[in-house]
Design a protein around this ligand. Sequence first.
Ligand code: PMP
Length: 321
Amino acid sequence: MTAQLVPRGKEDSQPSPQLIYVDGVMVPHGEATIHVSSVAAKFGANAFEGLCAYAGEDGQSYVFRLREHLARLHRSVQAMEIDWDRSDEECQAAVLMSLRENGIRGDAHLRLSVFITGDGMCDTRGPASLVCVAKARKPAPLDTKVADAAVTSWRRIDDQVMPPRVKAGPNYFNSRYGLLEARRNGYDEAIFLTLTGKVSEGANCCFAMVRDGVLATPSVTSGVLESITRSTLLQLAEEDLGLRVQEREIDRSELYAADEAFFCGSAQEVRPVLSVDRFQVGDGRIGPVTRHLWAAYESAVRGRNEARRGWLTPVWPPVRR
Ligand code: PMP
């Protein structure tokens, strides 16, 4: 069987890297495969992280909040009872090798995954492999990322069914149903509600809105992934921009009363929402709080905010002079 690697969806248009990290070695793209009988192929058994690297203005590039991504990967693996326990050093090496050996010096998106490669059933725990795919990507200005969103008729998976705070591959079938429904109906993105009808998050991202100058986002018990971008933006909003911030339940009707709204996530960064269910958000343009938050986020990821340099891991070794 020949692997069909050309994507047919709207996403994933970045070029594939030549080399992919698999368990300590870089292998050619076409050789990074898993067996059809693996638990990963049969049941989607994988935990993963999506994270980004950014070019700084100093010639260095940086992985953003690597420590937090690795901590979440370990939590997901533990929750899914996958037999895999590698050190953070090894995972960090996977990320840095993937960028360095593909010669990626600019911005990049990386997917770091733990797959159950062993043959078995849905209760098989291992063996498992660590894989990292790094793809170069271009910076996307805020104005090019605007979205018209729809509340999907599918509900967000509930913690009593499939824990949404675990970043497990199979959870994304919930995202898929909502996103495909939204796209079929002419929208860019889906907003999921919880089983009790409160706002949860987007298909691959968290959701936040501004009402009367207050930044509000569903709390981590509203079926959201414990997003690193979400907590970064909340911290920047509160500490650097002096905004009032609320993590709380959000009603559907508040979506239609918001002054500003946006999605956020490592890949999407900040994505302004200009309408929900064809109701215009605010004046239908990107709002000032969204712009300020994006500027603060961009400064942090590119190393321009001295106080936030602790969030960055340099990709390249220091040059000896
Ligand atoms: N929710 C879901 C379902 C996601 O897939 C993502 C992207 N990882 C997010 C939220 C945002 O999480 P993060 O900011 O950690 O990328």
